[in-house]
Design a protein around this ligand. Sequence first.
Ligand SMILES: [Zn+2]
Length: 321
Amino acid sequence: MNYIVLDLEWNQCPYGKKKEDPRLPFEIIEIGAVKLDASFQEVGTFHETIRPVLYRRLHYMTRSVIHMTEEDFQGKRTFPHVFADFLVWCGDAPVFCTWGPGDLTELQRNVRWHIEHGNLTGRWPFPFPFFYRDVQKIFSYSHEDGKMRRSLEWAVEYLQIEKTEEFHDAFSDARYTARILQLLNPEDVRKYTSIDTYHTPSKRSEEILVRYDNYTKYISKSFPKRESVMKDRVIISTRCLICDQKIRRTIRWFSDNGRNYLCIAQCPEHGLFRSKIRMRQNADNEWYVVKTTRAASPSDVDAVKNKLETLRQRRRMHRMN
Ligand SMILES: [Zn+2]
């Protein structure tokens, strides 16, 4: 098993959003990757500049961030060729590692676009469910609160890694990310998995449930209509983290912003749990949810109660005006 630490650079429509292809807003122009073995030793590298075929001129932002011009792409290979070689280089069952979730989304969008345009053939090259490691997230779990997200450069400085190369070059960013990964606790890297949601479950039997140390994460199938989501019995059900029994909600699902929902549920044997639903849209604009459940301390329950109370007061005020 290899870890493939990946970083991409992409270009966007130089003539503005109105003229872009909505199926491919970001066209990959560089792949940089470092291969680490199971004990995080570097065993290979991959680096190639890619000649864009959709947006052949560089967007001014791209130009300023990556320090490249159109001439740098002359004679380079296009995405389908580079990607095919990249996949072979990755080897069997690679574990992708990226700084934040964005790169894998764009990689899959590029693959899908080239499949749709007949430039790439063969089966979909990524697994389902697609587990990966978000190094930015693991860094936060290891060194901060698990919620904060830092820039790559910030983490490099924090870990006192020598800054030998420029940032915003796919290969040097992959190198820095690999260096950070090597300095993280291997146990954290093993257990803090992320699940890519470019493809979401298409039916109930594909739904994903993962148990982490102190919480569970559930990813639902998708629904064409948003209104159907919070009516689905499986989605709104609450289960005990310990005995897995369905448990009764003591504070019913409520939402403060229409996207996130909260509730408190109680197992007669194992106490109180807090569930959170985040409503999301997938690549086909269908609605699905990510539901997390964790044990709730008395102060967690108070926080949820306060939120609900504030919301009720706001509504009352609204009605009075
Ligand atoms: Zn229980």
